[in-house]
Ligand binder design. Structure first.
Ligand SMILES: [Zn+2]
Length: 683
């Protein structure tokens, strides 16, 4: 699942965009992986791009502490004067730019080696500085918000504050929901309790989570960790994955009451703050933060509801391919290819991605290649390196991408994704003044998803075998299912549960379980048989504690698809519009920035079109599966008994041992063992 971490700060904000992993398969490459210590310099960050040395870093620390932070004080109580405000903003820009360079430098250093004491010390220095900064400038927003709207509007007309217009209009937007000083004080006291539901959720589902075990394929009892589960759910042994699924859900059955109460507390918190601030509903309060009209949310849900047939058909195709009487939750992830896996080295991935991104024009591809060549990416894993992936940097630095590249398709897609964020950062930093360079979360994932879409498109078009194509088409279907359908189902659940609380309906475990099952049945259709235990599914989703957030996954992917479509169709100015979008940063409301790129999220067209594309992929999947079935001899499964010889089995089924080797992709004909399931011709 995608996570976006934002270092919260009032005047300017910083984005740390982490990897989007939605419903992607876990696949481990066979080839020997390169580690960071073995890799040459071009695969590693050069942090001297930020500071020459720790001494240079410490110099900035001193400037912040001794010169810049103390200056804030003289502006306290004087922000009703435009000249003072101009001076204050200049100070703030200098302070926050310096601070973020130091902050990012320290954190990137520690992520490369989490045992590096120098780096650890620097992160503790910078988090201290960050606290000092927050407190030094804490008077700014409240003071501006206390001014009359007309005064703020006059400020906005001052040329010297042109770069601060978005910031000031954002404050004006908030202003009508800001209360009196006394009331604000009470709200901020209440805010200290507001994190409790999420805290309890984390404790119950992580720290205090019951350990459960399964018997793995080697007959050993192992803990059902998320890693073990994600492999088990894709295993070809149906009983094995059915058991893993049931065991996994048993944990949530036992804490159903607790998690229902926790979630209810979270919703009540959202309702409390939205009412206190005079919003009509908690969804309105949440969307207001990025000025997203509620119609965007409602259209999204409506569009997906109108196109559920495509998802229903996907499960019908799956059910037919697997030849089951009933298709269950634990059959939904098993690969439709025979043990196919794709491997691609980092260098090949970088070249392939650059080729796939050609539709974005020469400038984009040249800048992409120069980012790869200029060590934007720290590519390989190492013992003490942070695991996972993200893109980060500051206004004054080039983008930095952390990866643990492992030769899988997922790794290649992650590189494409993070480079999408990187190019967005680069173009926004190049184009916008500092206060407007930061892009919103709403638009951030568009830049990354456009790249992923183009890469998947390219790979599908250039697949070397039918099996490869089948694998890729199914992967793309799963991407869209996980990013659009699933997230919209979550969005519907969130909206419904908040409405329940807002209208005084009781939120019991039963009510939540029932609602979840209704949605599952509606979304997955009649080819998918729900299991009783799936009703607890809602209770394990951490994103329900980030109210009204997940819909952005679906809107971003839809917007990205629309952009790719425009570009591929050769629409006039499509590439230029997209580059303008990438350079727009936070210079306007997210919805307007997208509109300038030719995507109107107030309209159902972008969402409808990605759903139609999903439908086309499902048709293609069906055709590929039909062709595969027609080309294969009818086979059945024979379970090898200990002592069996392959030639004996072959003779029994009227074939040759060579044929069995081929049908089953056996690496060694002598290595068959009791319990192995062989595909054999039907007698
Ligand atoms: Zn991302």
């Amino acid at each position: 699942m995608h996570k976006t971490k934002r270092l919260k700060k009032s005047i300017v904000s910083m984005l740390l965009v982490l990897v989007l992993v939605v419903g992607q398969t876990v696949a481990f490459a066979d080839t020997e992986l390169i580690t960071r210590s073995e890799a040459s310099e071009m695969y590693k960050w050069d942090l001297t791009d930020i500071y020459e040395s720790k001494e240079a870093f410490m110099k900035d620390v001193k400037v912040l502490e001794d010169e810049l932070f103390p200056k804030y004080e003289k502006y306290v109580g004087k922000l009703d004067n435009v000249d003072t405000l101009v001076e204050l903003f200049a100070l703030d820009q200098e302070a926050s730019r310096t601070l973020f360079n130091a902050y990012v430098y320290a954190n990137l250093s520690v992520d490369l080696d989490q045992t590096n004491n120098d780096a650890i010390e620097m992160t503790s220095i910078t988090s201290g500085l960050y606290g000092q900064y927050l407190s030094a400038q804490s008077f700014v927003e409240p003071e501006i918000l206390e001014l009359d709207e007309t005064v703020i509007r006059t400020f906005m007309e001052d040329e010297r504050l042109a770069d601060m217009n978005m910031y000031l209009s954002g404050l004006l937007n908030q202003k009508e929901h800001i209360l009196s000083q006394e009331e604000e004080k009470i709200l901020s006291l209440a805010a200290e309790m507001a994190g409790s539901p999420r805290n309890v959720f984390d404790k119950v589902t992580i720290a205090d989570k019951e350990q459960v075990f399964i018997i793995n394929k080697d007959g050993e009892e192992v803990e059902l960790t998320p890693g073990v589960f994600s492999q088990a759910i894709e295993d070809t042994d149906r009983d094995y994955r059915a058991n893993a699924a049931e065991v996994r859900y048993s944990v949530y059955e036992k804490i159903n009451n607790t998690l229902a109460a926790t979630y209810e507390a979270e919703i009540k918190k959202n309702v409390f703050f939205s009412k206190a601030r005079g919003f009509d509903s908690s969804i309105e309060a949440s969307l207001n933060a990025e000025s997203i009209p509620q119609s965007v949310y409602d259209n999204l849900v409506k569009s997906v509801n109108g196109n559920l047939d495509y998802l229903h058909k996907y499960y019908a195709v799956r059910k037919k391919a697997l030849a089951y009487d009933d298709l269950y939750y634990y059959d939904a992830y098993v690969p439709l290819t025979d043990d196919y896996r794709m491997e691609i080295t980092y260098d090949d991935a970088a070249t392939m991605i650059a080729t796939a991104l050609k539709p974005l024009g020469e400038k984009y591809v040249t800048d992409f290649n120069s980012g790869i060549a200029n060590q934007w990416v720290d590519a390989y894993e190492d013992d003490n390196k942070y695991t996972g992936g993200y893109q980060w940097g500051t206004y004054d630095t080039h983008p930095f991408i952390l990866m643990n590249y492992d030769n899988t398709l997922n790794s290649a897609l992650t590189l494409a994704h993070e480079m999408g964020h990187a190019m967005n950062s680069k173009y926004s930093n190049d184009t916008q003044p500092y206060p407007m360079a930061d892009y919103s979360i709403f638009t951030a994932e568009v830049a990354s998803t456009v790249n992923e879409m183009l890469v998947m498109d390219y790979l599908i078009e250039n697949a070397k075998t039918d099996e490869e194509k089948l694998f890729l088409v199914n992967q793309q279907i799963e991407n869209i299912r996980g990013t659009v359908f699933v997230q919209v189902m979550f969005s519907e659940f969130e909206k419904r549960t908040h409405e329940m609380v807002e209208s005084g309906e009781p939120i019991s475990p039963d009510a939540l379980n029932t609602l979840w099952m209704e949605l599952l049945t509606k979304y997955y259709g009649s080819s998918y048989t729900t299991l009783e235990y799936q009703k607890y599914g809602w209770s394990r989703i951490p994103h329900f504690y980030m109210n009204f957030y997940v819909y952005k996954y679906a809107t971003s992917m839809s917007a990205a698809y629309s952009i790719v479509n425009r570009i591929k169709a050769g629409e006039e100015n499509a590439v230029e519009d997209y580059l303008t979008f990438l350079g727009a940063g936070g210079s306007d409301e997210p919805i307007n920035i997208l509109k300038a790129a030719g995507v109107d999220m107030n309209n159902s067209e972008p969402v409808d079109s990605i759903l139609i594309y999903f439908g086309e992929l499902v048709d293609e999947l069906e055709t590929l599966l039909d062709e595969k079935a027609a080309s294969q001899p009818n086979t059945t499964v024979y379970v090898v008994q200990s002592g069996d010889m392959l030639w004996e089995i072959a003779e029994n089924y009227g074939t040759t041992w060579e044929n069995l080797v081929e049908i089953n992709n056996l690496l060694n004909a002598n290595l068959i063992y009791g319990g192995l399931e062989l595909q054999v011709p039907v007698k």
